[in-house]
Design a protein around this ligand. Structure first.
Ligand code: HPA
Length: 274
């Protein structure tokens, strides 16, 4: 008997298949203030999350929650317009459900972006950080619960959570575009409160270069299902304990919007080369 999760995935797939026969090999999840790449997709089919069985829907983002099928730089892609955070009280299973569906649609590579605060003192706001690794401090894991072996292993290896091959390709692409990029470790916190000075000091001490509230659940599920992941953070603020200044969401979004074209350009070139 298929697991409950597998049954839900199959329900979602069956509905999506009544709308499109697309088989995208690339999936895209965009972070806060980083939706512009979606505008660059030549859209073929757009499906409201609310219409897809078992897809989480956001009351706040009900007008943005869309699964977009189309082409980007000539490649077939599927993009999530609107994502889900743990601090919104979605469960890990809800947050990662679309990633599981993407896998069954044909996605082999997942591109994920986010806005993050700098812990590494050599970073400045507006920087682009390519993710090399992560630390999960969300206090939860999307794989907790009964494991369906048809979806992936019980204890997936996490020695390469972000594809080294894609990371290298992105570095070459960035150099070609004359865009400076940083590389680093992303730590995921629950939020939604930002961190205290002492927490920033702690996060830096344990080896993180940037802090945010997303991406890790989606990455874990993608890796469990055998996908390659490319993660990119836009550094929106400095989280240096000794010189910390107050920051608002508006400022974070303003910096994200300003730096976004750099990220969009890199992602597009990476997709083009795939
Ligand atoms: N913490 C601090 N600063 C941030 C974050 C965060 O989670 N995300 C973006 N800037």
């Amino acid at each position: 008997m298929p697991s409950e999760l597998r049954t839900e995935i199959d329900d979602a797939l069956r509905f999506i298949r009544t709308k499109t026969s697309a088989s995208p090999s690339i999936g895209i999840i965009l972070g806060t203030g980083l939706g512009a790449l979606v505008q660059e997709i030549e859209k073929e089919t757009v499906i409201d999350y609310g219409d897809i069985p078992h897809f989480p829907v956001s009351t706040v983002e009900s007008h943005h929650g869309k699964l977009i099928f189309g082409t980007l730089a000539g490649k077939n892609v599927v993009a999530m317009q609107g994502r889900f955070h743990f601090y919104e009280s979605y469960t890990m299973r809800q947050i990662t459900f679309p990633v599981r569906v993407m896998k069954f649609l044909g996605v082999e590579t997942l591109l994920i972006s986010n806005a993050a605060g700098a812990l590494n003192p050599s970073f400045v706001r507006g920087d682009i950080m390519l993710m090399v690794d992560h630390i999960n401090l969300l206090g939860d894991n999307p794989l907790i619960g009964p494991n369906d072996d048809t979806l992936g292993p019980r204890f997936p290896d996490m020695s390469e959570p972000y594809s080294l091959e894609l990371l290298e390709r992105a570095q070459v692409v960035a150099q070609g575009l004359n865009i400076k990029v940083q590389k680093g470790v992303y730590v995921a916190m629950q939020g939604p409160s930002l961190e205290t000075r002492s927490e920033y000091r702690f996060l830096r001490t344990i080896g993180a270069d940037a802090v945010g509230m997303s991406t890790v659940p989606e990455d874990i599920v993608a890796v469990q299902m055998g996908m390659k992941v490319f993660g990119v953070s836009i550094i929106t603020d400095e989280c240096f304990p000794d010189t910390l200044k107050p920051i608002t969401l508006e400022e974070v979004i303003a910096v994200a919007n300003k730096a976004e074209p750099k990220m969009t350009a890199i992602l597009k070139e990476v997709v083009k080369g795939m």
